[in-house]
Every structure is written in structure tokens, then in C-alpha cells.
Design a binder for this molecule. Structure first.
Ligand code: GNR
Ligand code: NI
Length: 173
């Protein structure tokens, strides 16, 4: 197992659109396990491959308190979204210590594959639905702060630059 390095916004590599996973091999299983370890260590409730500079449609999620409910989503697709919206104060491991309210669908249906390539579907609502939508945005090259106003985005960039200058943030190049 290995800890992976997480890219920090506005790193241009976070804008990459991920390609579908084609091979359900040992390399995929190892990458998923390393992403899970990285998510738990952070700690976070989700991690998209994009954030560790791997541009494939792979996400890990665990929103449980006890960190014992790992979900691995390969080639995930949202196949239905409710009209009803849900506002939640989001954070992101690629935008450390920044939190803001984002509106998303309250309920969704998701279709994905497991590491063996088997298809499965599940329903999500509330925090799980927020997390899935947040992670699928990463796979499309979108970070939650990009829903905020340009003024908020420039303030966030300034804050992150100051943290980096102070050596408060581990940075990636
Ligand atoms: O750890 C995380 N917490 C979180 C809180 C509210 C909404 C979304 C998230 S996902 C985030 C981990 C992360 O950055 N995933 O991409
Ligand atoms: Ni994120």
C-alpha cells in the first residue's frame, strides 16, 4: 500500500477529463487500495483519481463514522437525479481548509463497476449523494469552488498561496 500525493487547486492537472477504465487488472485493484489509504489518512470521505493525478474514472468513498464502509466506483455514472435540491457545506482535499455551501441534487441513482468489472447500481441521498456528485465532478475536471463567484475564487487562491508560502501546505509539483 502507498500514500499518494493530492494535487492542490488551481493546479491545471485538476482540469483533466478522466478516461474510462478498460482493464480490470491487479494494477486497478492496487490503485483503488492506495486511493482508499490516502483518503483515510487525509482524512476525507471521498477521493477521485484525478486528485492523485491519475486521469481514469475511479473514485473511492467512505462516509461512515467508523470508516468501515468503503465504496469503490469504477466508471461511475449518475443515471438519475432528483429535481429536489440539497445545500451542503462542502470541502475538498484539493482545496484545504476552505468550506462553502453548494447546491446539488438531493437524491441520485448511480451505476458503476467494481474492481472486477461487475456492474452494480445504488441509490444515494443526503451526504452520500453530495459526495458522489462532488467526486464525479472531479472526473470531469471540475472542483467545487468553481461553482462559487469569481470574487470568492480569487480570495481562495490568495489564501492557498499564503498557506503555501508559510509552508503550511504540502505542495505538489
Ligand atoms: O473529505 C471530503 N469531505 C467533503 C465534505 C463535503 C462535501 C464533499 C466532500 S468530499 C471531500 C474529499 C474530496 O475532496 N473528495 O474529492
Ligand atoms: Ni474533492
Amino acid at each position: 500500500m502507498a500514500l499518494l500525493t493530492i494535487l492542490t487547486w488551481p493546479d491545471p492537472r485538476l482540469k483533466t477529463v478522466a478516461a474510462p477504465v478498460r482493464k480490470f487488472d491487479a494494477r486497478l485493484a492496487t490503485l483503488a487500495a492506495d486511493m482508499a489509504q490516502t483518503m483515510y489518512a487525509a482524512p476525507g470521505i471521498g477521493l477521485a483519481a484525478t486528485q492523485v493525478n491519475v486521469h481514469e474514472r475511479l473514485v473511492v468513498i467512505d462516509i461512515s463514522e467508523q470508516k468501515n464502509d468503503l465504496r469503490i466506483l469504477v466508471n461511475p455514472e449518475i443515471i438519475w437525479k432528483s429535481e429536489a435540491k440539497f445545500i451542503y457545506e462542502e470541502g475538498c482535499l484539493s482545496v484545504p481548509e476552505i468550506y462553502d455551501e453548494i447546491e446539488r441534487a438531493e437524491q441520485i441513482k448511480v451505476r458503476a463497476q467494481d474492481v472486477k468489472g461487475e456492474f452494480y447500481t445504488f441509490d444515494a441521498e443526503g451526504l452520500l449523494a453530495v459526495c458522489v456528485q462532488h467526486e464525479l465532478d472531479h472526473l470531469l475536471g471540475k472542483v467545487f469552488v468553481e461553482y462559487l463567484s469569481p470574487l470568492k475564487q480569487s480570495r481562495i487562491k490568495t489564501k492557498l498561496k499564503k498557506k503555501i508560502a508559510r509552508g503550511d501546505l504540502q505542495t505538489v509539483r
